[in-house]
Design a protein around this ligand. Structure first.
Ligand SMILES: C[S@@+](CC[C@H](N)C(=O)[O-])C[C@H]1O[C@@H](n2cnc3c(N)ncnc32)[C@H](O)[C@@H]1O
Length: 289
């Protein structure tokens, strides 16, 4: 991942992701109000949205994978950790049925305001225990929330849970960050500058890989966001957080533990046809119920 452009999760206090063993005990998620957590980018959905909007090329790959798996649109699509909805927006055309779930209240509010008009629903909820009583064609989380899941049982739980919300023949599309070669550290993994903000001004972001912790299966990331002339936005925001980096064996074990869903393909996020790219770095998992 770890040299991908994606710096994912930000410091959601781990207790929102820590799972005790496999006895079905669900942790009590942390406060849904980012104001109760160390200052982080999630407090600013519009800023997160501007900096993390997928490119048209990124969207084209995901659209192709959806079409190949479930046929032509319209589709019903769920993002279980939808953030500002930036992976729902590309499909919000009034034909598709879209639904976002997130644990951050400002994120849910933002999706309701920005994507509500094009028919996207949103709810506040815990991705480990989604309370949704309908089935979807597609469940997708393609910006890497799997990197805040602590261990194989947690990953197995969401694979089982999220495929359980699919209709027969549906698609679960997950981004997973696999171990990859680590360059001399620290190194900048991704950077953007002068991104115009809807509310005025501009912003930039830099992701740095500071430490590799193979014994813990994590890497320490530093995200630095700056804004210029942006009312209501922090001029400088810096966070450091550990991200999970998975091995192929761990992901295989999670799919086995999910007991039912099958891994149909591992796809390179830059090319929907590249399915023999191996489990190295950022990869999409095409999972079927
Ligand atoms: C990396 S962002 C991804 C957002 C979105 N899927 C996207 O494509 O941009 C991760 C999101 O997961 C949310 N999140 C973290 N823990 C969660 C939980 N237990 N339940 C629901 N959402 C959670 C965070 O609030 C954040 O908005």
């Amino acid at each position: 991942m770890f040299l991908p452009k994606e710096g994912i999760s930000g410091p959601i206090p781990q207790q929102s992701a820590v799972i005790d063993g496999d006895n079905g005990d669900r942790p009590v998620p942390a406060s849904p109000d980012p104001a109760d957590h160390p200052v982080n980018l999630y407090r600013y959905p519009a800023l997160y949205d501007a900096l993390k909007t997928p490119t048209p090329a990124d969207v084209a790959v995901v659209r192709t994978l959806i079409e190949r798996a479930v046929g032509p649109a319209p589709w019903s699509i769920l993002d279980p950790a939808s953030g500002p909805g930036n992976w729902l927006r590309p499909f919000c055309d009034g034909r598709n049925t879209l639904f976002g779930n997130d644990f951050s209240l400002p994120m849910v509010e933002y999706v309701r305001q920005t994507l509500g008009p094009c028919g996207c629903g949103a709810q506040h909820g815990d991705m480990y225990d989604l309370r949704i009583d309908r089935a979807f064609d597609v469940a997708l989380e393609v910006s890497g929330v799997t990197s805040i899941m602590p261990d194989v049982p947690a990953l197995a739980r969401v694979i089982r849970h999220w495929t359980g919300l699919l209709r027969p023949g549906g698609l679960l599309l997950l981004l997973v960050n696999f171990r990859d070669e680590v360059p001399p550290l620290p190194c900048v993994t991704w950077e953007l500058a002068s991104v115009p903000l809807a509310s005025g001004g501009a912003a930039g972001v830099r992701y740095e890989l500071l430490q590799d912790r193979p014994d813990q299966g994590t890497q320490l990331i530093r995200r630095t966001v700056t804004t210029q002339g942006a009312p209501g936005m922090p001029p400088f925001l810096r966070e450091e957080y550990a991200l999970r980096v998975w091995t192929p064996q761990e992901v295989q074990a999670a799919i086995e533990q999910a007991d039912g869903p099958s891994l149909q393909a591992v796809v390179h996020p830059d090319n929907a046809d590249n399915t023999d790219c191996g489990m190295v770095g950022e990869r999409y998992l095409v999972i079927r119920p």
